[in-house]
Ligand binder design. Structure first.
Ligand SMILES: Nc1ncnc2c1ncn2[C@@H]1O[C@H](COP(=O)(O)OP(=O)(O)O)[C@@H](O)[C@H]1O
Ligand SMILES: CC(=O)N[C@@H](CCC(=O)OP(=O)(O)O)C(=O)O
Length: 252
């Protein structure tokens, strides 16, 4: 998603899903953009278990970059391809109620939020006519702002809406049995197998797999991890028999 041409293909594909009668909802992060602005401001960048350590200054940058830059870029592209997109963050219409969370193992990572509640009524209202595009930030009931991992946000939205499917775009070909071997993609797994493996998973794949499990346990039929570097990856995953990434389903 760092490549403008891929972002353009993505927007075109989301519009196509709407045209064929689906109600797509886009939830996005923008970790590399946040990192680049933090570096420009001289702020230290640190991740624990795939989560960015977030002091109040980091949360402020994350909010500015995700809501002001990344969200508007995606909204603009979808609009230009012929469907009206509505940009939202967890703050708008109290879409997300966040709670402070910690990294796996309990390590404090600052103002990193998990999503305790999604305002599904608002989303259902909007998603019938428009394409909601949601930035992964929000606040708690006291008004403290949180940086939310985009996979956690996407999983929570899918679960709350009991979406038919949730797709996670990333920068690898899927869940890899060996992270250093791109050819070791696991094409299908059930949620119990993923749960057993979770303790061994490092980096950004961990919140992604956790979000897949949460979505499946919440009634979502399938969660897919898809290579966002491939043009039209979401169409290929949805409309080909083979699929291109990792598909996770409930244990049968
Ligand atoms: N077993 C694994 N399979 C795939 N990726 C893994 C695995 N373990 C760690 N990773 C790392 O997780 C990263 C994807 O997570 P992340 O960078 O957060 O993705 P995104 O920003 O696309 O949401 C990969 O680029 C890879 O470095
Ligand atoms: C708490 C936390 O880690 N928040 C993420 C939010 C953005 C994100 O998830 O972006 P990607 O989808 O590009 O990884 C961050 O600050 O990077």
């Amino acid at each position: 998603m760092e490549d403008p041409e891929l972002r353009e293909d993505f927007a075109r594909d989301v519009v196509l899903l709407k045209y064929v009668g689906m109600n797509p909802i886009v939830v996005h992060g923008g970790g590399p953009d946040i990192t680049s602005y933090m570096e420009r401001l001289g702020l230290p960048v640190e991740f624990v278990g795939g989560l960015r350590v977030s002091d109040p200054a980091t949360v402020e940058v994350a909010k500015m970059v995700l809501v002001g830059k990344v969200n508007k870029d995606i909204v603009g592209r979808i609009n230009r391809h012929g469907q009206a997109a509505i940009g939202l963050s967890g703050d708008d219409g109290r879409l997300f109620v966040c709670e402070r969370t910690s990294a796996p193992g309990g390590q404090d990572v600052g103002f990193v939020g998990r999503i305790a509640k999604v305002n599904t009524e608002l989303l259902q209202h909007i998603a019938g006519d428009y394409i909601p595009v949601i930035a992964s930030v929000g606040a708690d009931r006291e008004g403290n702002s949180y940086n939310v991992n985009a996979d956690e946000a996407a999983g929570a939205v899918a679960r709350a809406l009991k979406a038919y499917k949730v797709l996670f775009l990333t920068d690898v070909s899927g869940w890899l049995a060996d992270p250093s071997d791109p050819s070791s993609r696991i094409s299908q797994a059930d949620a119990d197998t993923v749960e057993e493996a979770l303790g061994t998973i490092a980096g950004g794949m961990r919140p992604k797999l956790q979000a897949c499990i949460d979505a499946i346990h919440g009634g979502v039929t399938a969660a897919h991890i898809v290579d966002g570097r491939l043009p039209h990856s979401i169409i290929l995953e949805l409309f080909t028999n083979e699929g291109i990434g990792t598909k996770i389903r409930a244990a049968s």
